[in-house]
Write a new protein. Structure first.
Length: 312
């Protein structure tokens, strides 16, 4: 399916839809490629959280898991919101001490479900080796990469200070369905290595901290074929005030729409970010690329559908 075909399908499906529960909405079409909606911070008001996400233009969300327990909960949520929520099942690198034979058996049960579209989030975090040793993290990550390979599922990877080790391990798995580097926050040099391998990078609210070298890399049209959007809710709150201040200091017009800024101001914080913040992150990325936010939304959605083998 081409981007133009996707655009036509979106136009047909989004025409004359009823207004959401909130009083404002935009016409973006966004896929949240990574939200932690199984987190206990969303237990009481997930209906309202998803209403606000729809107001921001977020049409589909991939619910990530970090443990066996959260994987079961993520799968349960997909069945409460079919067609909107999908899930990935994986063990976070700082939870690898929980890996056991029954953990693998549980993932083997969850992953073949049609609602479960990927393995993750898994990966490497070398900043807290006192919690999980490198040897332990590598062993558990390899077991999950094998699951992804054997089941032909995309893999969603988290990496912190471990890009060299991660790239080395991934050499043994050249035929993975697709690889998504979730919430990438490394250097432009590291990003280029991932992009050169054909991996996807998900952009989050931390994009406001990116340096000019990263901006230049993202402006490369080839890089834009591999960019996704992810809220990482309830984490990675986009610090709009900081970015707005920097824009004003540079004598540039703010890149944020009133709707997007209002949703973030009213419903998101460092204590609990929500998927509705993705509209603002999309606009932030659009400002970086000097492109129309609707075009950036469409492009990243198209990329997400390819990465996760989703239909709109």
């Amino acid at each position: 399916m081409s981007q133009q075909q996707l655009k036509n399908i979106i136009k047909l499906k989004c025409t004359n839809q009823p207004a959401n529960a909130t009083e404002m909405s935009n016409d973006y079409v966004i896929v949240d490629s990574g939200a932690n909606l199984a987190n206990k911070k969303f237990q009481r008001d997930l209906d309202q959280v998803l209403d606000r996400a729809r107001s921001a233009g977020v049409k589909k969300l991939v619910v990530l898991s970090s443990s066996e327990k959260s994987a079961h909960e993520a799968l349960r949520l997909t069945r409460l919101y079919p067609g909107t929520l999908f899930c990935a099942a994986g063990l976070h690198p700082l939870e690898t001490q929980l890996w056991a034979d029954d953990t693998k058996a549980a993932f083997n049960e969850i992953l073949p479900k049609p609602e479960c579209i990927g393995v993750g989030v898994c990966g490497l975090d070398l900043t807290k080796l006192e919690v999980a040793s490198l040897k332990q993290q590598l062993s558990v990550l390899e077991a999950q990469l094998q699951l992804a390979r054997d089941l032909s599922k995309p893999v969603v990877l988290f990496e912190k200070s471990g890009s060299t080790e991660l790239l080395h391990l991934l050499r043994a798995y050249p035929n993975l369905s697709s690889v998504v580097i979730h919430g990438f926050a490394g250097s432009a040099e590291q990003a280029k290595k991932y992009l050169d391998k054909g991996y996807y990078l998900s952009m989050t609210g931390s994009l406001w901290k990116a340096k000019e070298e990263m901006h230049q890399l993202l402006r490369d049209p080839a890089s834009q074929e591999q960019l996704l959007l992810a809220s990482d809710a309830p984490f990675l709150f986009p610090n709009a005030k900081s970015k707005l201040k920097r824009s004003q200091e540079d004598n540039r017009e703010p890149v944020f729409s009133e709707i997007s800024e209002s949703l973030v101001r009213r419903y998101c914080s460092f204590q609990r970010n929500e998927p509705c913040s993705l509209a603002l992150t999309c606009e932030l990325l659009a400002g970086t690329l000097d492109q129309n936010p609707n075009d950036v939304a469409l492009k990243t959605t198209y990329n997400a559908l390819k990465a996760f083998k989703l239909q709109f």
